[in-house]
Design a protein around this ligand. Sequence first.
Ligand SMILES: [Zn+2]
Ligand SMILES: [Zn+2]
Length: 164
Amino acid sequence: MTSSWDSTPAGKAHRRRYAAHWKATNRKKYLAQKAAQNAVQRGRMVPCPCEACGKEPAVAHHDDYDKPLEVRWLCVLHHAQWHRMNGEGRNAHTPVVPRPKSSRFRGVTRAKKRFVATVKVNGVRHKTKGLTEIGAALAYDEMALRFFGDKAILNFPESRKRSA
Ligand SMILES: [Zn+2]
Ligand SMILES: [Zn+2]
């Protein structure tokens, strides 16, 4: 299916635009596929032969794009057949719910899968490394106490008495 036009700069640009457009309009599918790919790369998911005919390789298909790690393996043929019979997977176009950036705790923000505590003192940010959410909340309290003493507003005001 690769024609000579595809390999010209215009063709490549067109394909890039198409890929970007697909990603934007099929965000749910893109994220589900990426999650499945990552799981395979990290050995958390093992590719299987087509569940209908046993052929390999098979693609990771999602019945429900809200469950990125629940896939069925289907060869190209049976994958196409599944979609002919069932249409798109569930939740292909429901909104992507972004993970909240911040935490319910003061001075704590999400950094990938971990949390960091940040205290700004005279324009300088003091930051912890990645911690659990509670760990970061406690680390924030510790830093705030160190820098602001009695004026510190804490996540866990009880800890003030303990450290006093
Ligand atoms: Zn098959
Ligand atoms: Zn599919």
